[in-house]
Design a protein around this ligand. Structure first.
Ligand SMILES: O=P(O)(O)OC[C@H]1O[C@H](O[C@H]2O[C@H](CO)[C@@H](O)[C@H](O)[C@H]2O)[C@H](O)[C@@H](O)[C@@H]1O
Length: 280
């Protein structure tokens, strides 16, 4: 089950095309059986604020790995309560159908770990033909969007379905089906890139991170265009603190960037914007 949490950036005009009811976009009503939980609280757990010690950052990275869940009660408890409050859609099917009566259903899907398996090399996270067929069928029934931290083009190259909306860089790069395409006969096509002015800075930080982290075996920096990822997955855990320290040493000169954390990955995002995160 994928749960979608939206942090709406300023002036997300194009994104409105993706939501049929603007009121519900501002404050989605919790369907029966769902308890809403504060987005702020969730993001606080992921966001690594400027003053945080590298050790606590690395500890919570360890805790986000299933093999370490038991040794980090606070994070594990939090994920437990998340699952409790957001049960699988398959178990709530009737309730979802009831709650959706008279409304337009829109599907938001995560890519990594949802449409594709988690693999060691992020460039090889391929989607199966069977999954592509399923997503194609789904998109015939509902407007369907893929929301990912990755660069939009990269996700598109994995998924290869022109009829979908793609939100890359955690929502900083949104594109819909072209006008005139099968799935978009009437409306204008959507292109939303509010942070283009930051591209040179992000490229600069990318190069610095590649240079700074090259002494750590297994470290990989991924350029997601409007944000960056530093992968810890293939780095020996004994070296995680060293890698975290290297990332911090670059970040300190860029106050316009902040760190948030995913599964064995750290994201560098623009402080000025709220980013979309999808949780499994
Ligand atoms: O917020 P998301 O859309 O879930 O993006 C998080 C990161 O996803 C990708 O990394 C994850 O999948 C990789 C391939 O399976 C895996 O190697 C990595 O350890 C996972 O964290 C993507 O490569 C990153 O850029 C995203 O930040």
């Amino acid at each position: 089950m994928v749960s979608f949490i939206e942090e709406r950036p300023k002036n997300i005009a194009a994104g409105q095309n993706m939501v049929s009811d603007p009121k519900s976009a501002q404050k989605p009503p919790a369907p029966p059986g769902f308890i809403s939980i504060s987005r702020k609280k969730l993001l606080q757990n992921l966001e690594i604020n400027a003053g945080a010690r590298v050790n606590s950052w690395v500890d919570s990275m360890r805790a986000s790995s299933p093999t370490h869940m038991k040794s980090a009660p606070s994070i594990a408890d939090d994920q437990g309560s998340w699952n409790l409050n957001h049960p699988s859609a398959l178990d709530m099917f009737e309730q979802i159908i009831d709650a959706s009566k008279g409304k337009q259903i829109v599907m938001f899907l995560d890519y990594d770990g949802t449409l594709s398996p988690i693999v060691a090399d992020p460039d090889r996270a391929f989607m199966s033909k069977k999954m592509r067929k399923t997503v194609r069928k789904l998109a015939k029934c509902f407007p369907t969007a893929i929301v990912s931290g990755r660069c939009r083009d990269k996700v598109y190259n994995f998924v290869k379905l022109a009829e979908l909306y793609y939100a890359g860089s955690h929502g900083m790069d949104i594109k819909g089906p072209e006008k005139g395409s099968k799935s978009n006969k009437d409306t204008e096509s959507v292109l939303f890139q509010p942070a283009s002015e930051f591209l040179p800075m992000i490229d600069e930080v990318y190069k610095q991170l590649v240079e700074t982290t090259k002494s750590t075996p297994g470290a990989k920096v991924e350029n997601n265009k409007f944000c960056l990822s530093v992968h810890f997955r293939c780095v020996d855990e004994k070296k995680w603190s060293e890698l975290a320290q290297q990332v911090k040493s670059v970040l300190k000169d860029y106050p316009k960037l902040r760190l948030t954390q995913g599964r064995k990955v750290s994201h560098l995002e623009l402080t000025e914007y709220k980013f979309i995160h999808v949780y499994q």
